[in-house]
Design a binder for this molecule. Structure first.
Ligand code: DAK
Length: 263
């Protein structure tokens, strides 16, 4: 396979697409895809002009059908350990991106595929999407952080049901449980995701990043510490020209021009 198994490109000002391209294997995550995903995520991280990353994949059937079962079949314990370390680096790098990351799920998001979507900030899915964690049926458990992230999203009992039953769930059920931000008609998925990405990219870029950092901190810190961090981030918004532009634009009854501000 060529290095094009994952591509990243600027869709429009402030919006980058990161796209997995292995549709013949339903975009299953093998070592090559993980290496390439890590490379692209690291380069997106340095893109100061991007506010949003759309994480999506090629093909109609699957977002990602999991870790590559055929590759894992003959793993030695050493190979399994290396695969695990690589996967964890990719998933941490993705969830630590300073940009808002939207997973666009058009079909199956199973096993490592659901874990990948969970590493994004939010998930927008087609009505045709299907979610689940089939690992226990293979004698495994999710290993890319999914056990932790799913509990945070669904609560302990539902998440454990998903992990231990290996059942598949429709987008409607996943939405009702709070896993998804939006469910869109299949044909409208790309345009809907891109429209939301554009809306976010039109806001103050520095403020969008600060909002993400503050919201992420809520997941890991408690009570007063979180409020103090929020206050620090709030005051940091006044360090550059962005807040001045946003506040002045309101007073002057015009649209703010965030994109032309130097960062
Ligand atoms: N790996 C490799 N190839 C896959 C694949 C996968 N996960 N899923 C599908 N494919 C391949 C199929 O083998 C087939 O290839 P050919 O036979 O054409 O060569 C092609 O994609 C099309 O798939 P199907 O013919 O099966 O298509 P269907 O429409 O009939 O079925 C399906 C679609 C998504 C229901 C089915 O493909 C399926 O059940 N796939 C497997 C889903 C699954 O079990 N996913 C979980 C994988 S395990 C850890 C880290 C991570 C993990 C665990 C531990 N540590 C760090 C400790 C994660 C584990 C997993 O994700």
């Amino acid at each position: 396979m060529s290095t094009s198994c994952v591509q990243a490109f600027e869709l429009r000002a402030g919006v980058v697409v990161c796209e997995i391209n292995r549709p013949d294997a339903l975009n299953a995550l093998n070592t090559e895809v993980l290496h390439e995903l890590l490379r692209q995520v690291e380069s997106v991280k340095c893109n100061d002009s991007a506010s949003v990353v759309i994480l999506r994949s090629v093909g109609d059937k699957a977002f990602v059908a999991g870790a590559d079962i055929k590759e894992m079949l003959n793993y030695s314990t050493d190979q399994a350990f290396r695969f695990s370390s690589l996967g964890q680096s990719v998933f941490s790098a993705l969830s630590d991106l300073p940009q808002v990351v939207i997973a666009q799920v058009q079909g199956f998001a199973l096993g490592g595929g659901l874990e990948l979507a969970l590493a994004a900030d939010f998930i927008i899915a087609s009505q045709k999407a299907k979610f689940g964690l089939p690992e226990v049926g293979l004698g495994l458990i999710p290993g890319f952080g999914g056990t932790q992230r799913l509990v945070k999203r669904l609560g302990f009992a539902k998440a454990l049901e998903w992990m231990t039953s290996a059942e598949r769930y429709s987008a409607e059920v996943a939405y009702q449980l709070g896993l998804l931000n939006r469910v869109l008609e299949h044909e409208q998925l790309s345009t809907g995701v891109e429209a939301l990405a554009q809306t976010i990219a039109a806001q103050g870029p520095r403020a969008v990043r600060a909002a993400k950092r503050a919201a992420r901190a809520a997941e890991s810190s408690h009570g007063q510490l979180g409020f103090e961090f929020e206050a620090q981030l709030f005051s940091s918004c006044f360090a550059g020209a962005e807040a001045r532009e946003g506040l002045s634009a309101f007073v002057e009854k015009r649209k703010p021009e965030f994109r032309s501000i130097e960062r």
